[in-house]
Design a protein around this ligand. Structure first.
Ligand code: ADE
Ligand code: ZN
Length: 324
């Protein structure tokens, strides 16, 4: 199975570029930019990667993102992730970025976007990896801040494939962002939202109905509501599930308790993704292998995760056919 999963062509639809910042690169960039770190060594930093919920992770994740300052930093971060994609046979990846966290650190929107975009073009040229960028609003900030971020993104319309919503789910439900999501749809962007990760299943309903999203990120709490599961099945709404992340953030006690295969059996459009692989347990191969081994999934069924991810992607139909 290990060899099969390693060589299996993959598509990733839920990946935060800031969550690919490995401790080694974090230290190197911090030193270059003169940012002082509260950790003495790479090992000490890695030791701090013990989380008991989403917020305990986000606190460290936003702190880590503070070292990123220059366009070259965003290029290097993204290029290192694409090298991983190449090694792991990821053919297509749709990448979240959090411009508000960088703008709060005094980094311009253009610096972030241009650095990431240049690496994506290089990844396409060198390895043929196709990609798209999804701008995420931070849900712990105000809707006014999200609207200002959307305004800054409009000149870069062609470099962004969709708009999403991430950060602290509890206390910041989807309906807080109805207006900005309507504006994003009006500008022509499809939308996605993190919902039902550690927040209630009602957030999935609200993301579908109030934000009119095309995909749900995580969505694992849908199992609490059978009518919702039936709606997700009928509409074949993709869920971008992140198995190792869910264990690291204690959404499930261990992988054997995860509902991913139950949701597959219920006929939902389930994909496997890595979320924040530098912090939360591994990249695509590690996630797929963990699922295959824990649930004794056949090779044919594992290949269907890639087939569903192609269908769920924002690629034009003719490019989906090329990947199939
Ligand atoms: N930002 C980065 N990773 C996230 C996650 N798993 N949930 C919500 N926001 C995030
Ligand atoms: Zn996520």
């Amino acid at each position: 199975m290990k060899g099969f999963i390693s060589g299996l062509p993959k598509v990733e639809l839920h990946l935060h570029i800031e969550g690919t910042l490995e401790p080694e690169m974090l230290f190197t960039i911090a030193q270059k930019n003169g940012v002082t770190l509260p950790f003495e060594s790479i090992a000490a930093l890695r030791d701090a990667y013990q989380f008991n919920d989403l917020q305990s992770f986000l606190d460290l994740y936003y702190w880590g993102a503070k070292v990123l300052r220059t366009e070259q930093d965003f290029y290097d971060l993204t290029f290192a992730y694409l090298e991983r994609c190449h090694d792991e046979h990821v053919m297509h990846t749709e990448i979240f970025f959090d411009p508000q966290s960088h703008m709060q650190n005094g980094v311009a929107f253009a610096t972030v976007l241009n650095g990431i975009d240049r690496a994506l073009q290089e990844g396409k040229a060198q390895w043929g990896i196709s990609s798209g960028l999804i701008l995420c609003f931070l849900r712990h900030l105000s809707e006014a801040s999200a609207i200002e971020t959307l305004r800054q993104a409009l000149p870069y319309k062609e470099k962004i494939i969709a708009v999403g919503l991430d950060s602290s789910e509890i206390g910041h439900p989807p309906e807080k962002f109805v207006q900005v999501f309507a504006m994003a749809r009006e500008a022509g962007w499809p939308t996605v939202a993190h919902a039902g990760e550690e927040g209630p299943s009602e957030n999935i309903w609200r993301a579908l109905e109030d934000l009119q999203v095309s995909r749900i990120d995580h969505g694992v709490r849908c199992s609490d509501d059978s009518a919702l599961v039936e709606t997700l099945r009928q509409r074949y709404v993709p869920l971008t599930v992140c198995p190792l992340s869910n264990v690291k953030l204690q959404v499930f006690d261990d992988l054997s308790q995860h509902n991913i295969m139950q949701l597959v059996e219920q006929g939902l459009c389930i994909t496997i993704n890595s979320d924040d692989p530098a912090y939360l347990g591994g990249y695509m191969t590690a996630n797929m292998l963990a699922v295959a081994e824990t649930f004794d999934v056949s090779k044919a069924e594992m290949a269907r995760f890639t087939e569903r991810a192609i269908t769920a992607s924002f690629l034009p139909e003719e490019e989906k056919d090329v990947l199939r």
